[in-house]
Design a protein around this ligand. Structure first.
Ligand code: AHM
Ligand code: MG
Length: 331
């Protein structure tokens, strides 16, 4: 049976297992890694759902009797994902937005490296707007009997073996690709399971939604301003929450474009190549869309440092092409 034939409602575990059966010589390590990510996602989902209760926890007497400082949610998410990946045993090294240096898990025989933003959209955490986790998985290049090294981490996006995101929104979803299409799973909290809900996602080729921080308009170069003028004249719909995963997810399903170009304040762009842009670029390409830094295909950029930033334009293929065209013309 082809994985495509799996019915909506299939659990994520079953889906991962079926995908693995398509590769009889696969060791199952990547499958295990994906399950570890799903486990961490469930734990973080629980924390996110409780976020609003933290400050009144004392009032209903359930926690913090020792007067412990409640940790910030992005720090909590970082710990949860690292723990799940360390315990799972498949990952030798992790790069996280929350940590300056590589994190060595101690699993020297782990085949994989993970780059992640454990909780993106920090400005939205306290105001109940969707937030997300973003992850990329690479096969290590170094020998197996020691920690992963910088070269394992600084691979181009084309080397990703899996990537995806979790959106903690009106419902929680995990969307991922292993290079064979994109599938989305919705979390059923009372059962503690992700179920296949969005099979073989394709991003519409064209769209009418543009997502960009308009307050930066006068900080963008003329090319970007010309494209935003074009969107306004065309009567497109502006939608921007300041939460990349949420804005991307909407555009993936409905058709649209997300832009975070260079600004005067952030001349290299704001978003991080390794754990924000590459993962979404892999997903969007697998869904039929495109992602660029204005000149290059995002996944082709060879990273030079762990926390490298890049301008980012991603979404429906034709919208991104038009944007790049207008930006080039105005240069
Ligand atoms: P963060 O990693 O500090 O949360 O920043 C990333 C976020 C993205 O989710 C979002 O699209 C962008 O930054 C919003 O930035 P701005 O507020 O400058 O528009
Ligand atoms: Mg981030």
């Amino acid at each position: 049976m082809d994985a495509l034939a799996l019915p909506v409602g299939t659990t994520l575990d079953r889906f991962i297992m079926r995908k693995q059966e398509d590769f009889p010589f696969a060791s199952g390590e990547l499958s295990q890694l994906l399950r570890d990510i799903a486990l961490a996602a469930k734990i973080v989902n629980r924390e996110v759902n409780h976020a609003g209760l933290i400050n009144i926890g004392g009032a209903y007497g359930s926690q913090n009797v020792q007067g412990e400082e409640q940790q910030k949610l992005d720090v909590v998410a970082n710990v949860r994902f690292i723990r799940a990946l360390r315990n799972g045993g498949e990952v030798c090294t992790i790069i996280s937005e929350e940590e300056d240096d590589m994190i060595q898990t101690g699993n020297c025989h782990g085949k994989y490296v993970v780059a992640m933003d454990p909780l993106d959209g920090s400005s939205n955490i306290d105001v109940n707007v969707s937030i997300g986790t973003i992850f990329s998985v690479y096969r290590r290049k170094s020998a197996f009997d020691k920690d992963g090294d910088l070269l394992d981490c600084l691979q181009a996006g084309t080397e990703q073996v899996a990537a995806g995101y979790i959106i903690y929104g009106s419902s929680t979803m995990l969307v991922y690709t292993t290079g064979n299409g994109v599938n989305g799973f919705t979390y059923e909290p009372s059962l503690g399971e992700f179920f296949l809900s969005h099979q073989e996602i394709r991003i519409p080729e064209e769209g009418t939604i543009y997502s960009c921080n308009d307050g930066n308009y006068w900080q963008f170069n003329e090319g970007v301003r010309a494209y935003l003028d074009y969107c306004r004249k065309a009567g497109f719909t502006a939608r921007y929450t300041g939460s990349l995963v949420g804005d991307f997810h909407r555009n993936l399903l409905k058709g649209g474009i997300y832009l975070y170009p260079a600004t005067d304040k952030t001349p290299k762009g704001k978003l991080r190549l390794l754990y924000e842009c590459n993962a979404l670029a892999f997903v969007v390409e697998q869904a039929g869309g495109f992602a660029s830094d204005g000149k290059n295909r995002i996944v082709k950029i060879k990273p030079q440092e762990l926390h490298e930033r890049t301008p980012f334009i991603i979404g429906s293929r034709k919208m991104v092409e038009t944007a790049l065209h207008i930006m080039q013309e105005e240069k």
